[in-house]
Each structure stands twice: as structure tokens, then as C-alpha cells.
Design a binder for this molecule. Structure first.
Ligand code: SF4
Length: 342
């Protein structure tokens, strides 16, 4: 498929596109919808970088800085673990005040307190921030992550790869090429990661297609991405103005196109924290096969207007998936099946 073919597909009607995506999804995963028992932990919102779309970092529209001490972060990790979380998803803003050691000491302390928890931590943007700030190579940062107990990497910071859009949205943050290089290096260490794309802001469909093709190319080379997560831009508390929120049709088309173009990435996640649980369930008919997890507590999407701050309990998540006509499958962070419900 060429980029022009993909663009033409995107412009076709929702249900034809959805049917094609659904065929691929069902051939890979039948009626399963994957979820995990996880907790998001965002230890600081103090950020040295500036992204126009961000409602999470501290700025004049969000004047509430916080930075957890290592003890406070470990207490939250313990609480999550005791509540059944099997994965901790740790993403921070780019905090220059805490020092390099804070990041790695945090991971070591969490792993010491909860050795069996899967630690998914550090976006490629954070890796690049630490390398840039402390004059380290990407390899040095990645090796220290592994030494400190990080198991896999989340997919954040990819935003949109197109350089001109990226320059407008988040000038100074990790470049597209570096984002891809960091994931390639991580995969070369035998580790897995996820990939994301922030959509529904100032980009056009051609930029989404370009983004998907760059990811497909790296996946063909490394096979290291477990899941792709199209992240919906949320409109609150940020510095992009006049953006019309993407509607359900556009969101579903983007998810469907992702499933088709990224056939080499095993899972497409409809991230309920951003889409809302109902649209995330509908998206399971349009190519998605994963809905994320219980989350327990969430700070990034909720700062931008999502209703996800308190997460979802396991029973509600399972019931919602069953009621939507799918088979809920609890997975671990690497997509091994742990329990099939119903
Ligand atoms: S998106 Fe990340 S890097 Fe950008 S301002 Fe927000 S916290 Fe900072």
C-alpha cells in the first residue's frame, strides 16, 4: 500500500473502512478485547519543555505544580499493587529541578517495594530530555533504565512526526527521528515498547498517514512495538486555540486506518481515558482490540478535560466489554493472556 492508497482509504466511507479493519482485527484476535490491571503514576508536572497541546504541565492555565518525593511515589505504587495492579505506567514531565538521579532512584525504589510489578516507564521524549540535559547518549540513558528496573517503554512523545507540524506543536522536544531512534535502540536491547500518535489538532489526514508509515517501517525492521495507541487531542487547559474537537466518525476512521496500515503491530488500543469508555468500546468494531486497563488514577488526559481521573474498576470494565458483545481478556503488559472472562 502506498501513502496515496492509505489516504484514499481514509477518505472512503466509515463503514467500508471499518469492515476492512474489522476483518484484520478478527483474523488476529477474534472477539477478544484485551485489558490489564494497571495504574498510571505521573510523579511530576514541572516541565522544562513547552508543548502547545499540553494541559498537564504546570503553566498559567494549570498553575498547580507538584513533584512527588520518592517515598510518596513508592507509597502510591504500593497502594496500586495492593489494589491488584500488575503494571505501573510511569510518565513524568521534564523536570530539571529534581536531578538525574531522582528518575532512576524512583524506578529502583518502586521495584524494590513491588518486585513483581511490571514497570512501564519513560517515554522517548523523557529519554531525550535526560540525554540533552545531562549530556548523556541515548544508549547511556536506556542502559540506566534497564539497570534501574524499567521493563518496557510507553509510546508517548511521538505526537505527530511531520516536522513542520511538530515544530509548531512542540518545538525543542524530541525530534521525530530521535523518537524512532530511541525506540529502535530499546528494541535492539530485546525490550518491547508501544507507539502513539496525537491526532485531532492542527494536522491533516496526510500527516497521520505519514506518521503511520514511519512506524510501520520501524516495526518491519525491529518487531518491537506491542501496541499502537492513537491519542485523541483534548481541548482543555492548553495553548492551541480554535480547534474543533474531532468527531466520532473521524476518530473511528483514524483507528480503522491504523489497524490496516500497521498490520505488523499486533495490537491497536482504543484508550478509553481519552475517547470515553463508550466510544472506546465501539472502536472495537473498527480495528481496535485493546481498551487499556483499570488505570486507577490518571492525571494527563484528565488535566486536558477527560473524565478518567478515577479510573474504572475491574468488574465494570469486564461487564462493559461483555455487554458490548466481546470477550474480555486480562493480559499482562506484554500481551500474554492471563484470564479469559465470559
Ligand atoms: S507534553 Fe510532556 S514535554 Fe510537553 S509540556 Fe507536557 S509534560 Fe512537558
Amino acid at each position: 500500500m502506498t501513502q496515496s492508497d492509505a489516504l484514499a482509504l481514509f477518505e472512503s466511507d466509515l463503514f467500508s473502512l471499518g469492515q476492512t479493519a474489522d476483518r484484520i482485527r478478527r483474523s488476529q484476535h477474534e472477539h477478544k478485547v484485551f485489558f490489564n490491571l494497571n495504574r498510571h503514576l505521573n510523579p511530576t508536572n514541572v516541565c522544562a519543555d513547552y508543548c502547545r497541546f499540553c494541559g498537564f504541565s504546570v503553566h498559567r492555565k494549570n498553575p498547580n505544580p507538584y513533584t512527588l518525593s520518592i517515598e510518596e511515589a513508592v507509597a502510591q505504587a504500593r497502594q496500586a499493587h495492593d489494589a491488584g495492579a500488575k503494571e505501573l505506567h510511569v510518565v513524568s514531565a521534564h523536570n530539571q529541578e529534581v536531578g538525574l538521579a531522582w528518575y532512576f532512584d524512583l524506578f529502583k525504589a518502586i521495584k524494590a517495594a513491588c518486585p513483581d510489578i511490571h514497570l512501564k516507564a519513560m517515554t522517548a521524549a523523557e529519554v531525550e530530555f535526560l540525554a540533552r540535559t545531562y549530556d548523556l547518549s541515548f544508549d547511556q540513558v536506556l542502559d540506566r533504565m534497564i539497570e534501574s528496573g524499567v521493563d518496557s517503554m510507553p509510546g508517548g512523545g511521538a505526537e505527530i512526526f511531520d516536522e513542520s507540524i511538530r515544530h509548531y506543536l512542540c518545538k525543542g522536544k524530541v525530534s521525530s527521528a530521535d523518537w524512532l531512534t530511541i525506540h529502535e535502540k530499546w528494541h535492539a536491547r530485546g525490550r518491547k515498547s508501544n507507539a502513539t500518535m496525537l491526532f485531532g489538532h492542527v494536522e491533516d489526514p496526510i500527516h497521520r498517514v505519514d506518521h503511520l508509515f514511519r512506524l510501520a517501517e520501524l516495526q518491519a525492521k525491529t518487531g518491537g512495538f506491542n501496541a499502537f495507541i492513537p491519542l485523541l487531542y483534548l481541548t482543555k487547559n492548553n495553548f492551541l486555540t480554535g480547534i474543533k474537537p474531532a468527531g466520532a466518525e473521524e476518530i473511528l476512521k483514524t483507528i480503522a486506518l491504523s489497524r490496516i496500515v500497521l498490520e505488523g503491530i499486533p495490537h491497536i488500543k482504543a484508550y478509553w481515558a481519552m475517547l470515553g469508555i463508550n466510544l472506546a468500546l465501539v472502536a472495537q468494531h473498527f480495528g481496535a482490540d485493546d481498551i487499556d486497563g483499570t488505570i486507577q488514577r490518571e492525571s494527563i488526559a484528565s488535566a486536558a478535560g477527560a473524565k478518567s481521573a478515577a479510573g474504572l474498576d475491574q468488574k465494570s470494565l469486564i461487564d462493559l466489554i461483555l455487554n458490548a458483545g466481546f470477550v474480555p481478556v486480562e493480559r499482562d503488559s506484554l500481551y500474554n493472556e492471563l484470564k479469559v472472562y465470559g
